[in-house]
Ligand binder design. Structure first.
Ligand code: MRU
Length: 345
């Protein structure tokens, strides 16, 4: 089952706001609807929103009435700007839009209808590649998990955060498919609860042993010596290895270092942004305070109370034992390893 896919002229995605209570799909017929679905987190997770944006560009091609190549490119660039603005932190979003634009800009002798076909093919290629990349990444990362381990995971990085299979949760899935016996502690991941709602739902289906823990309990289990490995995702990795990920990652990283626990981020190469020298340059999304005060409409406190809601934080690369990618596990010094992985050589 894919998180997002093209079905007969429209984009179909799992409505992640309803999981674990209901598995329902939404059908989107315009790129604006795709942008809204990214903003309101119908779809979320860096690779999933990258693929969704690519499908959004394919929809923009279908929607455009342009009769010339130049007019179509102008419409696509306008759609791309709207899609890119739908969430700021995960670079996969801009990566998906830019890859689609690059692809059509190499076909300047094509008719608008041929360009529309190229857009659809490229978006489906991005989705297919995402699944293959995650399986490869999972195979590299699985070697880090040993029989008897307890692994800590933050947020959701599974099939739902990607087109399918997952990154950090893909590592866990690959180790489970290899027959390893281990246990996973899932940070519930306040305020949107991607850990308890989405990751637990996925591990239930895979049959992986897990417990949800409050975010505030990670240090408790580390101090007791229970956690042997931390593996989680990334939304944007700067050239020096600093990375943005779901809010709460930074404190898990510091706790892991204090307790001498290996700490890994798993992400496809499309999450690496060599244009940013360090994590200080990564834009951090601030979301509506209502997500903190009344998660999923459950009012915990009066709506007039004050709150702040940063959706991501930045973890300096010195806390990282390695970055698990489809090209292998990159270890310090990250600058050289990331550059080699992105640019080749
Ligand atoms: O706000 P979200 O749910 O989109 O945040 C998701 C994360 O932070 C994930 O850890 C990250 O995107 C990697 S998903 C493979």
């Amino acid at each position: 089952m894919r998180t997002v896919e093209w079905v007969d002229g429209y984009v179909r995605m799992i409505d992640q706001r309803l999981i674990p209570w209901e598995l329902a799909f939404v059908d989107l017929r315009t790129f604006q609807e795709v942008a809204d679905a990214i903003t309101n987190m119908t779809v979320r997770g860096a690779p999933a929103i990258g693929a969704s944006a690519a499908f959004g560009m394919a929809l923009a091609g279908v929607q455009s009435r342009a009769a010339t190549y130049e007019a179509l490119i102008a419409d696509l660039e306008a759609a791309g700007a709207i899609l890119k603005a739908s969430r700021p932190t995960a670079v996969n979003l801009a990566w998906g839009v830019d890859r689609m634009l690059r692809r059509v800009k190499t076909s300047s002798d094509a008719t608008p209808d041929q360009i529309r076909t190229v857009l659809l093919q490229e978006s489906e290629r991005i989705a297919d590649e995402d699944v293959a990349i995650n399986q490869q990444l999972g195979a590299y990362g699985a070697e880090l998990i040993r029989n008897g381990d307890t692994v800590l995971h933050h947020c959701n990085t599974g099939g739902l955060a990607t087109v399918d299979y997952g990154t950090a949760l893909g590592v866990i899935r690959a180790a489970h498919e290899q027959g390893k016996k281990f246990h996973v502690l899932l940070d519930e991941t306040r305020p949107r609860l991607q850990g308890s709602r989405l990751s637990a739902w996925e591990l239930e289906q895979l049959g992986v042993s897990y417990d949800i823990i409050p975010d505030t309990a990670a240090g408790f289990y580390m101090a007791r010596g229970e956690i042997k490995l931390v593996v989680l995702g990334a939304d944007r990795i700067a050239a020096n290895g600093d990375f943005a990920n779901k809010i709460g990652t930074y404190q898990v990283a510091i706790l892991a270092k204090e307790h001498g626990i290996p700490f890994y981020s798993a992400a496809p190469i499309s999450t690496v942004d060599l244009a940013l020298a360090s994590g200080a340059d990564i834009p951090i999304e601030e979301r509506d305070k209502a997500e903190v005060l009344a998660p999923y409409g459950l009012a915990l406190v009066p709506p007039t109370f004050r709150a702040r809601n940063p959706a991501f934080d930045v973890t300096p690369s010195r806390y990282l034992s390695g970055i698990i990618t489809e090209k292998g596990i990159i270890r310090p010094p990250f600058e050289a390893g990331l550059r080699r992985a992105v640019l080749g050589g």
